[in-house]
Write a protein that binds this ligand. Structure first.
Ligand code: PHE
Length: 341
């Protein structure tokens, strides 16, 4: 009887089957209840030994039923969870008006990638968490040089003895590209960069696109042409007047800052007219030390590089005035400045 009952409990496929087994063993007319009823006709000694046995059997059956009930409940919950999952990747039934928008940063990054792809540039990427070596040292920032502080760096705890930081510019991707690729090189590197800075035109995280060209005969004229071509396509104007000002970056020689001609009208900025100038990027010819640090022979190759603020370009092209709004995730702002997917 014991073996039979326990087997039936074990084999009960659901709550209802288990309840039927329980009734057939422990119900009023159940097999174990019937055994208990026989105790009344026994002698006191017999009752003692048999009673203990039967009660032990009853306890065992009750325990087994409780255990089985629990495991059935678990299985039931499991199947329910499986059948009730939501597929978050399915398209939403919302009306087109309620659909999300493409953020101006993504939009401008895509526009730039297309413009540069047409000029034969590939896209290269690097990590936001960079080594001090790639962000500074290989780019010819001398140890302890004030230029390192120029960029108000967020440092991280060192890992495996290596100094780490949030990259302050996309220029370390130049290093990564030169270390992994042989010239001729033509890449753009879009990405997030970080500096301790916060006001209407600065956020601690912003976006840059780096451009790097290395070849045997690359010269300053190529840099100027590339800049003019890209700004002309980007701003969709016939001619953009650029102004090159001598500047300093440890990783370029000579170094320049580039301003575009503009007119300021109240809070608005208009391009290609007026007497005003607005700084939009830094550039120069890649410093021979940088080429050497990255295993490229400076006697055979030379190149140019520039780094441009994507957020700045977006503000200029689409007329936003406060950079901080880019990262507030205010849906009204996104609805206004975002692009249709
Ligand atoms: N990395 C520089 C910056 O962030 C910009 C730059 C890039 C300048 C490449 C020259 C060449 O300020």
């Amino acid at each position: 009887l014991e073996i039979d009952t326990l087997r039936q409990i074990d084999e009960a496929a659901d709550e209802a089957a288990l309840e039927a087994v329980r009734l057939s063993a422990l119900g009023k007319k159940g097999s174990i209840s019937a055994l208990l009823a026989t105790l009344g006709k026994m002698s006191p000694e017999e009752r003692k030994t048999e009673g203990a046995k039967i009660n032990a059997l009853k306890d065992k059956a009750m325990d087994a039923i409780a255990a089985r009930r629990e495991s059935l409940a678990e299985v039931a919950l499991e199947t329910r969870l499986k059948s009730e999952t939501l597929d978050m990747t399915l398209p939403s039934p919302a009306s087109p008006l309620e659909r999300g928008r493409v953020h101006p940063i993504s939009q401008v990054t895509d526009e730039l990638a297309i413009i540069f792809a047409d000029m034969g540039f590939a896209v290269a990427e690097g990590p936001d968490i960079e080594s001090d070596d790639y962000n500074f040292t290989k780019l010819n920032f001398p140890e302890g040089h004030p230029a390192r502080e120029m960029q108000d760096t967020f440092f991280l705890a060192p890992e495996g003895g290596e100094k780490r930081l949030l990259r302050t510019h996309t220029s370390p991707v130049q290093v990564r590209t030169m270390l992994s690729q042989k010239p001729p090189i033509r890449v753009i590197c879009p990405g997030r960069v970080y500096r301790c800075d916060f006001d209407q035109t600065h956020t601690p995280m912003f976006h840059q696109i780096e451009c790097l060209v290395i070849d045997e005969t690359t010269h300053l004229g190529h840099l100027k042409w590339t800049l003019e071509e890209f700004l002309r396509s980007f701003f969709e104007v016939k001619g953009v007047k650029l102004r090159f000002r001598a500047s300093f970056f440890p990783f370029t020689e000579p170094s320049m800052e580039v301003d575009v001609q503009c007119r300021r009208q109240g809070g608005e900025i208009r391009f290609g007219e007026g007497e005003g100038w607005m700084e939009i990027l830094g550039c120069g010819m890649v410093h021979p030390n940088v080429l050497r640090n990255c295993g490229i022979d400076p006697d055979r190759y030379q190149g140019f590089a520039f780094g441009v603020g994507v957020d700045r370009l977006a503000m200029l092209k689409y007329g936003m005035s406060d950079l901080r709004a880019f990262f507030d995730a205010d849906t009204r702002w996104l609805e206004h400045y975002g692009f249709r997917p």
